[in-house]
Write a protein that binds this ligand. Structure first.
Ligand code: NOJ
Length: 741
């Protein structure tokens, strides 16, 4: 439809019809097979609301979407199609690594391909909008949703935000395999106090602007069709009723003109937040802030018409919201074809097709981070090995969001290994321990019951594991969090491995000196004990459908680990939030003053995380030449006009196998009108080198890299000294300095 016609359409709609377009219903309302109004019995929604709601979430599958759309259009007086939205977070049927693991790939281009793949699989099943990417910056590993983020760095997060939006949306929303992206959760959701989900967010304007906002901005700049508000308050005002945040920052400064949706029930939650007295006020405040769609509460449909009639809210605010919603439906091509892309045959052809599985495996392999290796890995096919642990024979490796894909499509590690080793190999497989002790409370999306395991089972598993460990040359322990120990509403105060697994770990380490630990998790864990005792530690996150083959290929050296941490792994939970790009203090702890008590330090643990941002080993080794710069001075005026310095570093593969290294550039502004971080990531490049091969990597350093929001509020470069670091992780000492005048 020509965009101008949408305005005419709007004029034809009654006030109620318009308001219902702003309502999003959950799937439960549509679950009865033969009519649309299955949820009427619960009394909160009227028939009219259900028949006219503008969008629905969590309904998927070509057949089901067609059924509901057909039924819906029978009642829709203007032929406006229903919009279907879903959380497609790390894949639809073919599941790839969780976003935090994608951060570890340091490869936004690959994430773009993954998003494209997910969009294609989801589109043929009737999904038109995905609630992804989540671009919230994260620093606190206690927060369960760090798994949905790409980590602690604003620059890296911004690259991923843009790549994912581009991948989902393709060249045009009207393309058959495109889905609209929804950047979330605006804003600051990744900084809840004490890492407790849904908790208060208090951030200074500067920290908010420089660290938290850039990734949302990158997603908006990439053309995201939608943005989702966050549950939290931002400096005292809930995001979903925060006019300044939504109208001034998001729509004004960032120029976002797409659809703004609340998070699930977030408009109603402004009442318990203590910001709104009742549902009427909540509706008013959310509309005033410019929230176009109310996810699931029915508050707009219930309240807005009366508020308009009472002259409390202006109908024009409703019109602008509805126009945005209609525009999105139009851009998706739904007015021309409300059944666009729905295709049961394509579902059979595309879902989990070999190319998609291959891409998921490639991503998994790129995302694994080798944290430690005292020569135990990789294993040769001839090594006698015991594979022990609750992830040896387990299909639950998809992460907490993958409630659509069936674990039947996932091979267990044991199945993959048996197929590879063949008959007669000196290999044993043992359960060792359950993931969690029976009775541990655990719930999440989709049904989940922990298998009933008795104490006797546990004892027997432990005995068998210790026996196997004694006779094997090497033990590979596959340990980790339960998939529902991270994700939404999965904050943890203790971020170690479950006790029952640590008992197994200790017993196996006592029986065998050559232990490699493969760790599944949705967050940085406290792995201090594990990395003290194991000879090798490989972090595999939640790898997705191809977990088993990717892990097997990595530990047997068929591919070489290359992931780098997108988030610091703390030494102890007491350090969090811990991140590499912290501000400096007046009493820094440096090696020269190690003995001085009166420093910014802990008495009982180091300041440094166990494994820093950007860190990750390989099966080969890399050496770096001293970093160089093409000149030692630059003029600020020239930088502003496009001039740049060039920082170079030569990296050599000094080991025995081909490997891929992510060469990273960090900058530090030594003194400025406001304090600047210790260092900030400003560029990276992946290089694949054969043994003995070298490559020189050059980074441009110009206005974009050197500027920041100065004390006067302007963005600029200040005169003074800068340090450029280039190396294999955020701790690299390889540095050169230069001056800007
Ligand atoms: C709540 C979550 O916070 C959000 O990320 C998600 O997209 C919605 N629920 C819809 O499922």
């Amino acid at each position: 439809m020509k965009p101008e016609k949408l305005w005419n359409l709007l004029q034809e709609m009654t006030l109620e019809e318009k308001i219902h377009q702003m309502l999003q219903l959950p799937n439960a309302c549509y679950q009865q097979k033969n009519n649309l109004t299955g949820a009427l019995e619960d009394g909160t929604l009227t028939r009219e609301m259900i028949e006219q709601a503008g969008s629905i979430l969590s309904v998927y599958g070509a057949k089901e979407v067609r059924r509901i759309q057909e039924e819906y259009l029978k009642h829709q007086p203007h032929g406006i199609p229903l919009l279907f939205m879903l959380d497609v977070i790390n894949g639809y049927q073919t599941v790839y690594p969780i976003p935090l693991a994608q951060g570890a790939m340091f490869d936004p281009a690959l994430s773009k391909e993954l998003a494209q793949m997910a969009a294609k699989e989801a589109a043929v099943s009737g999904v038109q909008v995905t609630f992804s990417p989540m671009v919230d910056l994260v620093r606190d590993a206690r927060w369960g949703r760090v798994m949905e983020s790409t980590g602690e760095d604003p620059y890296l997060n911004g690259l991923y935000a843009a790549a994912m939006v581009e991948g989902y949306q393709g060249d045009s929303l009207s393309d058959p395999y495109s889905v609209a992206a929804c950047v979330k959760h605006f804003a600051g959701y990744g900084a809840p106090d004490a890492g407790r989900d849904y908790n208060t967010v208090e951030l200074s304007d500067r920290t908010f602007e420089e660290y938290y906002l850039p990734a949302y901005r990158a997603g908006v700049d990439a053309g995201a069709a939608m943005v989702m508000t966050s549950f939290n308050t931002v400096n005292g005002i809930p995001a979903s009723g925060n006019r300044k945040l939504m109208r001034d920052v998001l729509r004004g400064e960032m120029g976002f003109d797409g659809v703004l949706i609340s998070d699930w029930a977030a408009i109603a939650e402004m009442i318990p937040h203590g910001y709104c007295a009742d549902r009427k006020e909540a509706a008013q405040r959310a509309l005033d802030a410019g929230v176009d769609i109310d996810m699931t509460t029915g508050i707009y449909s219930e309240q807005l018409a009366d508020l308009v009639r009472a002259g409390v809210v202006q109908e024009s605010l409703i019109d602008e919201a509805v126009l945005r919603i209609l525009t999105l439906k139009n851009e998706l091509g739904l007015f021309e074809d409300p059944y666009k892309s729905l295709n049961e045959e394509a579902e059979r052809q595309i879902h989990l097709c070999p190319e998609h599985r291959a891409l998921a495996r490639k991503a998994a392999e790129e995302s694994f981070v080798l944290l430690k290796n005292d020569g135990v890995l990789p294993l040769s096919k001839e090594t006698s090995v015991a594979y022990i642990g609750p992830y040896v024979n387990n299909r639950e490796m998809l992460g907490s969001w993958s409630f659509i894909a069936s674990t039947d499509t996932v091979q267990t590690f044991e199945e993959a290994a048996k197929a590879w080793y063949g008959e007669g190999a000196a290999v044993r497989y043992c359960q060792g321990a359950p993931v969690l002790e029976t009775g541990t409370p655990i719930s999440g999306l989709g049904s989940q019951t922990l298998p009933q395991v008795t104490e006797a089972d546990c004892d027997r598993w432990l005995r068998e594991a210790v026996e196997a460990a004694k006779t094997a040359d090497t033990v590979v322990l596959l340990l980790g969090e339960h998939r529902f120990q991270s994700g939404e509403a999965a904050s943890r105060a203790d971020i170690t491995l479950p006790d029952v697994q640590m008992r197994l770990f200790e017993a196996v380490c006592a029986a065998n000196d050559n232990v490699a630990a493969v760790i599944f998790s949705g967050r940085p864990l406290d792995l201090r004990r594990v990395s003290q005792k194991a000879k090798a530690v490989l972090e595999v996150w939640m790898p997705g459908t191809e977990a088993a083959s990717a892990i097997l290929r990595t530990i047997t050296g068929q591919c070489c680990p290359q992931g780098k941490l997108p988030m610091s792994f703390p030494y102890a939970v007491g350090q969090v939030p811990v991140h590499y790009n912290e501000f400096r203090t007046g009493r820094p702890l440096t090696p020269e003053v190690e003995a001085d008590r009166f420093r910014s330090r802990y008495l009982d643990i180091p300041n440094e995380p166990l494994y820093p941002f950007g860190y990750g080993l390989s099966y080969t080794s890399f050496s770096y030449q001293p970093v160089t710069i093409d000149r030692e001075e630059a003029q600020i005026a020239a930088l502003k006009a496009g001039d740049a310095l060039h920082v170079s570093v030569t990296v050599t593969n000094t080991g025995k196998v081909t490997g891929t290294e992510t060469v990273q550039l960090y900058l530090c502004d030594v003194a400025a009108s406001v304090v600047r971080p210790v260092k900030e990531l400003k560029g990276f490049q992946k290089v694949t080198l054969a043994p003995g091969e070298s490559q020189t990597v050059t980074f441009s350093v110009g206005f974009k890299e050197l500027s920041f929001t100065m004390a006067d509020g302007e963005r600029g470069v200040e005169p003074g000294t800068f340090i450029a670091y280039a190396g294999g992780d955020s701790r690299t000492p390889n540095a050169v300095s230069f001056v800007c005048r």
